[in-house]
Design a protein around this ligand. Structure first.
Ligand code: ADP
Length: 179
């Protein structure tokens, strides 16, 4: 685990299953339909309780790429789920970087509006959506540093699913925090 402190905020990189974390909100790498798919999305839907989460998502209707929506956490230890829609990677010239940054930024804004003080993110878009990992990690940590500077969060967790991903995020975090 790597932790840096920025003002009153701790930013952590850990390797874990995000559905187990005791934080105010976990972020889901959702699709535009908020339907529940594979990867972390499927894991969150299963752990939160499929029927109730699907109904909450159906009521919201959907979410454009680069934005986020919030639901209750249902059976998760987390009180809330922020459903962030990251972009599918095409070739890097289709606005992917801005859309990914937007997914993180909207997640933080929405979370802060709901009184969330601790929040955990998966590596949005880097699985099925194919975003290059180092590039996505840099975007993620820059948004985390900006959110830490807002003073609205006590704890921001970048929750990786492999130690390789954790190393990529930890080195991006250390580099960007000191640059
Ligand atoms: P996307 O469609 O946005 O690419 P994925 O779910 O395919 O989303 O992958 C996003 C990241 O989430 C990947 O790094 C993947 O390894 C990771 N992941 C998958 N399951 C979990 C989980 N239970 N907890 C944390 N991260 C997970």
């Amino acid at each position: 685990m790597t932790t840096i402190r920025r003002g009153d905020t701790a930013i952590e990189v850990i390797t874990a299953d995000i559905t187990t974390l005791e934080v105010d909100a976990v972020v889901n790498a959702a699709n535009q339909q908020l339907k529940g798919g594979g990867g972390v999305d499927g894991a969150i839907h299963r752990a939160a309780g499929k029927a109730r989460l699907q109904e909450a998502c159906r009521t919201i209707g959907g979410c454009p790429t680069g934005e986020a929506r919030i639901t209750e956490g249902f059976d998760l230890p987390a009180r809330s789920i922020v459903h962030a829609v990251g972009p599918r990677w095409k070739d890097g010239t289709k606005g992917e970087d801005d859309l990914l940054a937007g997914a993180y930024r909207h997640s933080f804004t929405l979370a802060a509006e709901h009184g969330v003080r601790s929040i955990a993110f998966p590596a949005i878009s880097t699985g099925i959506y194919g975003f290059p990992k180092e590039r996505a990690a840099t975007i993620a940590v820059l948004q985390c540093l900006a959110a830490a500077d807002s003073g609205k969060f006590e704890r921001i967790v970048l929750c990786c699913f492999s130690s390789e991903d954790a190393e990529i995020h930890a080195s991006a975090l250390t580099r960007e925090a000191t640059s």
